[in-house]
Design a protein around this ligand. Structure first.
Ligand code: AKG
Ligand code: FE2
Length: 326
């Protein structure tokens, strides 16, 4: 028996965004994936593969700096910057120690004298010394811009998939000041041992609207489609060359009253180092996330109380990040 199982295309399909296709056909494919697993791959997305590779190259350079250099860029009160190994514990119920990964948070660049800088998690980024890593900032900024554009495109398709009026998520107050976080990650080679509470990344669902994930070619990501099953079944979601993995977050699950799924996932280390680059796309800090009228009825009332997107995020950071000083 293999120790893992790869997803069937019906669970985690590859969806092409290539031009010339009818948007409603793409939206229909996205809808099916969002309902089934909340995970899909996107292909033909238009993001330059050279930019992706350049971003991985910067990640390898940063994470191989001496620990003392990396610690100069330790996460600040907005949770921007470097998070050391085991700083984050994504599954506090099962983990005996923090995730066997280090990371680096980069958000929307907001100068200190801008009024938005008083919003929690907003402000200037922490950037490594350009004498040490001259290409880090320009590369990360280009990659973030490409991810933000792709995430907005997918958000519109998700609006279509939910049967929302045209432009629903484009209204002011929703994603015009999005909380975006690019978070290069580096997993060490420590093998995970689920029975001992050791994980690359503990089981969790993501918090926001959607995540765009690019990984190197080392597998490790797994999803669980039935989190309440007596024995959880974990399905591998391997990298697909040229594609991004897209998964939905809790905000969209709440908006859609569970019609679209924010699925539990984790990373299992198999004795090899691994790099991945998630990009988290979340609504404006003050956006109120409440059940959409299209997603409830008398027989199926709203399951979640309305919540401000930013407050939900702050709660999660408080629970999982030992170094978060917000
Ligand atoms: O590294 C991965 O493949 C997934 C990381 C992840 O799930 C996360 O950071 O939320
Ligand atoms: Fe995740």
């Amino acid at each position: 028996m293999p120790s893992f199982q790869a997803p069937s295309p019906s669970e985690v399909p590859v969806i092409s965004l290539s031009g010339g296709q009818d948007q409603s056909r793409i939206a229909a494919a996205i809808k099916e994936a969002c309902v089934k697993s909340g995970f899909f791959y996107v292909a033909d997305h238009g993001v330059d593969e050279g930019l992706v590779q350049a971003t991985f190259e910067q990640c390898r350079l940063f994470f191989s700096l001496p620990e003392a250099e990396k610690m100069k860029y330790l996460q600040d009160s907005n949770n921007r910057g470097y998070t050391p190994f085991e700083e984050e514990t994504l599954d506090v119920t099962r983990q005996k120690k923090g995730d066997t990964k280090e990371g680096y948070y980069i958000g929307r660049e907001v100068p200190l004298d801008h009024p938005d800088a008083s919003t929690p998690l907003c402000g200037p980024n922490v950037w490594p010394d350009p004498d040490v890593l001259p290409l880090w900032r320009p590369t990360m900024e280009r990659y973030m811009a490409a991810m933000t554009a792709l995430a907005l495109r997918l958000t519109r398709l998700i609006g279509l998939a939910l049967g929302l009026p045209d432009g629903f998520f484009d209204r002011p107050g929703m994603f015009d000041k999005p909380s975006v976080f690019l978070r290069p990650l580096h997993y060490n080679a420590e093998p995970s041992a689920p029975e001992d509470g050791i994980f690359g990344a503990g089981a969790h669902s993501d918090y926001g609207m959607l995540t765009l994930l690019k990984t190197d070619d080392v597998p490790g990501l797994q999803i669980c489609l039935e989190k309440d099953a007596k024995v959880q079944q974990w399905i591998d979601v391997p990298p697909v060359p040229g594609a991004f993995i897209v998964n939905l977050g809790d905000m969209l699950e709440r908006w859609s009253n569970d019609r679209f799924r924010s699925t539990l996932h984790r990373v299992i280390g198999r004795g090899q180092e691994r790099y991945s680059i998630p990009f988290f796309f979340e609504p404006n800090f003050d956006c109120l996330v409440e059940c959409l009228p299209q997603c409830y009825s008398d027989d199926d009332p709203p399951k979640y109380a309305p919540i401000k997107a930013g407050h939900y995020l702050l709660d999660k950071y408080g629970m999982t990040h030992a170094g978060y000083k917000g």
